[in-house]
Design a protein. Structure first.
Ligand SMILES: [Zn+2]
Ligand SMILES: [Zn+2]
Length: 865
């Protein structure tokens, strides 16, 4: 198959690597004796004679009261691994006098997943064990029953935070018997959301302890680096990782593919590659033409339609009728019909968003094409895993998009096929995250000194700040009380990123199209911006900041827009510094001030600049965490980087660093920002900063600091290996540059990284654990912002949709996330999720290069006081 696609079509130079993944035999283990025979019998009824070795290992650990994280591949039976011990103990519990001697709580990141889990559990659960869903859709009359009688309660973190913990006295008998907490899909708890969930779990542990329970945590994760470290950060308790996957798998050929350069010329004359989606359309055409059942995974709804159309056009009748698109936004019956037709073989080709990732009944395909790296290895394997039937070979092809990360990956297969380097990153100690949970915890039960350790090292400093703000009051006995009338838990939305979201409203009809986070609004829905929503193009007529409304109208401009901004950064405090020869690498707290000053109109497809307009928007301030490095003038001299080349060298290095960080942390480049400064006032030296785009930090910059040697080495390799002459989107150009990708000096950037790395410690130390925020300035000025709370119903409607998530369950609530088409074309500024770029075409060469993170400046934040 691959031969046909590459050599026979004269495309062999596009094939950068072929990985042969051998078939893997299943390894079984006996059922642990502690698992009840009823469960073993129920499993046998489902066709499971013996558990796989990793399942048995997890069961043993759990039954011994050891918290465990199962981090194995897709379809490796993680559910059975945690369900067997949980259900065994719940069954034991039914023999207690009250019939509920043991209880367990199951947490899924989405409502849909919890519902799915209930169906799965039902097949194994003995009739005496009462299983119940408890979420925003649970009718009030059922809720009381669940609290009183259910022993296995399935819910989500939002409901735990808002519904269960604040009402803990009504859950007292449930909490008293709490034996297990299952945290499913725990790799999805990352960044700020993950940090919130970590604090919700600490509140749960505290209340459970109050009722005398100390539950064992059972976590299920996709394969990531350092699962035990992440599990401990998330739950606060040590967990043993089970990673040796013993499930069987068929052989697979995994190809890495780089689309060819086109005739088109991008910004500053850069060469432009064919987009991953267009290339996928060609490959799909050939595969379907050869009768191969193929699914193409794309990152946006629009791309799904485009790839299907392209293949249909190229195939012509009658094969065209056997190709279709599949995406969120279709009616459920349409989707079921497509799944059936693919399953039956009537459909040969399907272009799909990740909506299909969750589809139940699509597997056993012959080939899977991934148009662009899906962002994490977990998603990569989830998607590729759709290909392959038992004992039959399958093909997966990753087609690189024109950006540094994808380009790096298709030229560095070891980053995909060797041990995972990317870890799930979160930072529960972020004071912006912690503070509202301290309030919620105090409202649940007054806080005492004995709680300080549970909530982490920032707690002691934060409590007096919260008292000064009139949120908590300290009693003479030393305990802290919540004093307000409103519910403390309502002060924080686990999935919000701070500030009132801006509503996107159709001017003529008044229809609400969606919302965009306040932090991203200046760059994405400023007056004059092109805004994409569900494949339609709108122009923003007016952004009204006071009303938090952007009025838009349907339009068909021949251009996209990209915001230009100016950014300054100052160091508030330095936590850690490493000497790398003469250079220094630091991690600490910074303040970023960003102002969107105008926008460019760029012709669609070519990126040609048609014009620039000014905007009058206020600056926004973000206090966050950053990693930064500085080099000395002597080093620059040694590296042959004269002062006039320095801005371009530092700026280019900064862009590529942002592009490569997602290889090491579960973020994407839109979660982080950067600034490069030829002479920074705080360091007195040329300095490059990379910062978390969320107030207080999300852990990404810290991960960069911990993995700096590998990160900088990968960055250097990515730039130097790119075949372009002077910089292109595959290496140093950024789609969200604040300076219009000017100046950039690719060759000098490599030299700059070389001198930096020359002094780097080798080899890299062991993985970091949860690190105390020693030395961080958490004084009054750094206190959490008052307006962090945002109203949201207790029914979570996860909107963590970012780059590609098109989960039907998640789309729709935030218009901005619906159509994150970042594939291919250089013009991506219409996308409401991302950040625009900026800087002014005529930015002086000495101006700092800036690339603001999306959730950047938060005007409600503490920095503006
Ligand atoms: Zn390049
Ligand atoms: Zn830039």
């Amino acid at each position: 198959m691959l031969e046909t696609l590459s050599t026979e079509r004269g495309r062999s130079d596009r094939l950068t690597h072929t990985e042969h993944l051998p078939a893997r035999e299943a390894r079984y283990a006996p059922w642990p004796t502690a698992i009840r025979t009823e469960i073993v019998a129920a499993a046998a009824g489902l066709g499971v004679g013996l558990p796989w070795a990793h399942q048995a290992e997890a069961m043993d650990l759990a039954k011994n009261g050891q918290s465990v994280v199962i981090a194995t591949g897709t379809a490796s039976g993680k559910s059975l691994g945690y369900l067997a011990p949980v259900l065994s103990d719940l069954l034991d519990g039914t023999e207690a006098p009250n019939g509920r001697g043991a209880t367990a709580l199951y947490l899924a990141p989405t409502k849909a997943l919890a519902a799915d889990q209930r169906r799965r559990a039902a097949e194994l659960v003995p009739p005496r064990v009462r299983v119940a869903l408890y979420d925003g859709d649970t009718p009030p009359e059922e809720r009381e029953w669940v609290r009183q009688y259910a022993s296995y309660v399935l819910t989500n973190p939002d409901m735990l935070h808002r519904g269960i913990l604040p009402a803990h006295p009504r859950w007292s008998t449930f909490l008293k018997a709490l034996k297990y907490v299952v945290v499913d899909e725990c790799h999805s708890y990352r960044g700020v959301f993950g940090s919130h969930v970590a604090q919700v779990l600490r509140r749960l542990r505290r209340l459970a302890a109050r009722y005398g329970a100390s539950p064992t945590f059972l976590l299920a994760s996709a394969t990531t680096a350092e699962p035990a470290v992440t599990a401990r950060r998330l739950t606060g308790v040590p967990a043993t990782a089970v990673t040796d996957d013993a499930s069987p798998r068929g052989p697979m050929v995994f190809a890495l593919w780089e689309p060819p350069l086109t005739e088109n010329v991008g910004e500053h004359g850069a060469p432009v590659r064919r987009t991953a989606t267009a290339e996928a359309g060609y490959l799909l055409t050939d595969l379907v033409g050869a009768g191969t059942r193929t699914v193409v995974f794309v990152r946006s709804r629009r791309a799904a339609e485009l790839v299907a159309l392209q293949a249909q056009d190229q195939l012509g009748s009658p094969l065209a009728a056997r190709v279709a698109a599949y995406r969120g936004g279709y009616l459920a019956e349409e989707r079921r019909a497509l799944e059936r037709e693919l399953h039956s073989g009537r459909l040969l080709g399907l272009a799909s968003t990740s909506a299909l990732e969750l589809g139940v009944d699509v597997s056993g395909l012959d080939a899977v094409l991934l148009a662009g790296y899906p962002g994490t290895r977990a998603s990569l394997w989830q998607q590729a895993g759709r290909a392959g039937r038992e004992a039959q070979g399958a093909l997966a092809v990753l087609i690189a998009r024109d950006d540094p990360l994808d380009t790096y990956l298709v030229h560095h297969p070891e980053a995909l096929f060797a041990n995972p380097v990317e870890a799930t990153v979160l930072d529960p100690d972020n004071p912006h995250v912690l503070a509202p949970h301290l309030c919620a915890a105090a409202a649940e039960l007054p806080l005492t000194d004995s709680d300080l350790e549970l909530f982490g090292p920032s707690t002691a400093q934060l409590l007096p700040v919260l008292e000064r703000r009139g949120l908590l009051r300290r009693r003479p006995d030393g305990s802290w009380y919540w004093t307000r009338r409103e519910r403390a838990a309502d002060r924080v939305d686990l999935r919000g990123s701070g500030g009132s979201p801006v509503q996107i409203v159709e001017a003529d009809t008044g229809r609400l199209l969606g919302t965009v986070d306040a932090a991203a609004s200046h760059t994405t829905v400023h007056t004059g911006a092109v805004h994409l929503h569900q494949g339609r193009t709108y122009l923003v007529r007016d952004l009204d900041l006071d009303a938090s409304v952007a009025l838009v109208a349907l339009a068909d401009p021949p251009y996209t827009t990209s915001a230009r901004d100016i950014t300054s950064i100052s160091v508030l405090s330095t936590d850690t510094t490493e000497e790398w020869g003469e250079a220094t690498l630091s991690f600490g707290s910074v303040e970023v001030v960003n102002q969107v000053v105008g926008y460019l109109r760029k012709r669609i497809a070519t990126g040609e600049i048609l014009g620039e307009s000014k905007l009058d928007l206020p600056p926004r301030t973000l206090r966050t965490r950053a990693v930064w490095w500085s080099v000395t003038e002597d080093q620059l001299l040694d590296a042959d980087i004269p002062l006039d080349l320095l801005p371009g060298a530092a700026h280019a290095a900064e862009h590529a660093l942002i592009g490569l960080l997602p290889l090491f942390a579960t973020c994407d480049r839109w979660d982080i920002g950067g600034v490069s400064v030829p002479l920074h006032p705080d360091t007195g030296l040329p300095t490059v900063f990379v910062y978390d785009g969320h107030s207080g930090g999300a852990g990404f910059a810290e991960r960069g600091f911990r993995r700096a040697v590998e990160w900088l080495t990968a960055t250097r390799d990515a730039i130097s290996a790119c075949e372009c002459e002077r910089g292109c989107p595959s290496c140093v150009q950024s789609p969200k540059c604040g300076n219009g990708n000017d100046p950039l000096d690719k060759a000098a950037a490599v030299r700059l990284l070389d001198i930096l790395l020359a002094g780097a410690p080798r080899p890299q130390g062991p993985p970091s654990g949860a690190k105390a925020r020693n030395g961080q300035d958490t004084g009054a000025n750094d206190a959490p912002d008052e307006d962090h709370a945002r109203d949201a119903g207790d029914a979570p409607d996860p909107s963590d949709a970012r780059g590609g998530s098109d989960d039907p369950d998640r789309s729709g609530t935030r218009g901005g996330s619906d159509d994150p088409d970042r594939s291919g074309a250089p013009d991506r500024s219409g996308d409401a999720v991302g950040t625009g770029e900026s800087g002014g075409a005529g930015a002086a060469p000495a101006a700092p290069g800036t690339d603001a993170g999306p959730a950047a400046p938060d005007p409600a934040g503490p920095g503006t006081g």
